[in-house]
Design a protein around this ligand. Structure first.
Ligand SMILES: Cc1cc2nc3c(=O)[nH]c(=O)nc-3n(C[C@H](O)[C@H](O)[C@H](O)COP(=O)(O)OP(=O)(O)OC[C@H]3O[C@@H](n4cnc5c(N)ncnc54)[C@H](O)[C@@H]3O)c2cc1C
Ligand SMILES: *[C@@H]1O[C@H](CO)[C@@H](O)[C@H](O)[C@H]1NC(C)=O
Ligand SMILES: *[C@@H]1O[C@H](CO)[C@@H](O)[C@H](O)[C@H]1NC(C)=O
Ligand SMILES: *[C@@H]1O[C@H](CO)[C@@H](O)[C@H](O)[C@H]1NC(C)=O
Length: 430
């Protein structure tokens, strides 16, 4: 079996790490458009386009530290090395991925500066095959190669989602998305409207208060953050409209602003999939995928890392082990009809519980159930529940204690129990 992995971020590295250990896999090519592994965790001052004219992939900003403790950010078989702090700077995460890749012999399988342009299924002598067209960016030459299996690991925090706010196009000040944010200096002396209070929105709103005249953080969080913000930050509900250089909010209040800063998240984007791949992305829902992973129309194509609000690297590892077991015959994927009805049932269940279509791949409270369903079907080991417990605890502290939650130190005690040292106080939780 010849396998192509698209992308050398955490997901692609994890896929390759297991694929090269699998006897029935004869060839593993990881195609990576940049000159470096690590995806999200590669910091660059540049925004816009790179030297080859491709959109800059990374959304990393200079000051970033992880929003989850390292104790739950490693791989199940390769934890992040011990150190004093739990919340790491981006460069430590990048060094960890480099170590993971080198230790498992993945790095020599990566073809750097290889940009995947087009993927098309075709009929082979016994089943379906994939034609992958990629461009060697250094030589400028494109080539097409045939594979039996495809792992799509191109990440999904790169294509900005721009909300439709009335008056945004005509806004008379600057408009910017968090994808292009690197350092706070650009906002010196300005009045900045930050739209969205996800991890990036909260962090950046807080960080830029040090240089701005005023920050207006507009959000619709169900739970009001109890974090204490500096005096030059005010919170507002959603923006109703923009007029000239004024923002009008849902509660009727108004603020004069210089910049609209959109921290409104990202869109799934697979520009290299030919229409015949039958994958549709609409309102940020990728369909049809069985268990958010297997392309139901073409089961020899899988997507690693689609779900969010998860313990990402642990989940990548479980998804890869699951899919590999279907490839090597440890278990058989259900029929197309069964996979389709499974996905339709899941969609209905989610809708009944108030999830919108946009939240089709949001896990959060569903993650334990999701992990268990993969592990059970493939008869592979499940992830320990302690990681979801730590994730939950860390998220609460992020919301209500933004200034200091990154000083907390976690330690996993066993599959169910952990320790947290916060403000000099030690607690054991389970
Ligand atoms: C600012 C920010 C902070 C984050 N902080 C955290 C955190 O604290 N904790 C956490 O768990 N998660 C965090 N995340 C989520 C993070 O993105 C994931 O944890 C994870 O690193 C994603 O890995 P990935 O491999 O799916 O994607 P990526 O890291 O995006 O890697 C995808 C790779 O594919 C390559 N690629 C894309 N298209 C092509 C193509 N056509 N041809 C060839 N190569 C291609 C890219 O160059 C890239 O190297 C954060 C994300 C962002 C944006
Ligand atoms: C599944 O593969 C087909 C064939 O390449 C593609 O057209 C389709 O977009 C893919 N579906 C998804 C959800 O990626
Ligand atoms: C199938 O793949 C899994 C996951 O990599 C591996 O643990 C298992 O040993 C493989 N089985 C066979 C028969 O190769
Ligand atoms: C599941 O795996 C275990 C070994 O890890 C094995 O003993 C057992 O027979 C497997 N069960 C099934 C249903 O294949």
């Amino acid at each position: 079996m010849r396998v192509c992995v698209i992308g050398a971020g955490a997901a692609g590295l994890c896929a390759a790490r297991h694929l090269i250990a699998e006897p029935s896999v004869t060839e593993v090519d990881v195609l990576e458009q940049s000159g470096q592994l690590g995806g999200t965790w590669v910091y660059t001052e540049n925004v816009g386009y790179d030297d080859f004219g491709l959109p800059i992939h990374t959304s990393m900003y200079k000051s970033l530290r992880t929003n989850l403790p390292k104790e739950i950010m490693g791989f199940p078989d390769f934890p992040i090395p011990d150190s004093e702090k739990s919340y790491l700077p981006a460069k430590d995460m990048l060094a960890f991925l480099q170590l993971y890749s080198d230790k498992h012999g993945v790095t020599r399988h990566i073809r750097f500066n290889h940009h995947v342009q087009l993927i098309k299924p075709k009929q082979g002598p016994i089943g379906e095959l994939w034609d992958v067209t990629f461009k060697d960016l250094t030589s400028g030459l494109s080539k097409t190669k045939e594979y039996d299996y495809l792992f799509v690991c191109n990440g999904h925090y790169n294509t900005p989602f721009i909300p439709s706010i009335p008056g945004l196009k005509e806004f008379e000040g600057d408009v910017m998305h968090s994808h292009d944010y690197r350092v706070p200096d650009i906002f010196a002396g300005k009045r900045v409207l930050v739209v969205g209070a996800g991890p990036s929105g909260m962090d950046i709103a807080y960080e830029i208060t040090s240089v701005t005249k005023k920050v207006i953080l507009s959000h619709h969080l169900k739970e009001q953050p109890r974090s204490v913000f500096p005096d030059n930050l005010v919170q507002k509900p959603d923006v109703k409209k923009l007029q000239g250089k004024t923002a009008v909010f849902q509660d009727g209040s108004q603020e004069d602003i210089d910049v609209v800063f959109l921290s409104t998240g990202y869109l799934y984007n697979f520009p290299f999939l030919h229409a015949s791949c039958d994958i549709v992305v609409e309102d940020n829902c990728v369909e049809p995928l069985y268990k958010h992973l297997v392309n139901i129309s073409h089961p020899t194509m899988c997507f690693i890392g689609v779900p969010y609000y998860v313990c990402a690297y642990s989940m990548f590892d479980l998804q890869v082990r699951y899919y590999l077991r279907s490839m090597n015959g440890t278990f058989k994927l259900p029929s197309r009809e069964e996979m389709t009805s499974h996905w339709e049932d899941e969609k209905q269940d989610r809708a009944a519980r108030g999830f919108t279509k946009r939240q089709a791949h949001m896990m959060g409270p569903d993650q334990e159930k999701y992990y268990a369903s993969l592990a059970t079907e493939a008869n592979t080991s499940n992830l320990p529940s302690v990681i979801t417990k730590i994730r939950e605890e860390s998220s609460i502290r992020f919301l209500h204690n933004l200034q200091s939650y990154r000083q907390d130190v976690y330690k996993v005690i066993d599959d169910d129990t952990y320790e947290i040292i916060s403000n000099g106080k030690r607690e054991i939780l389970c």
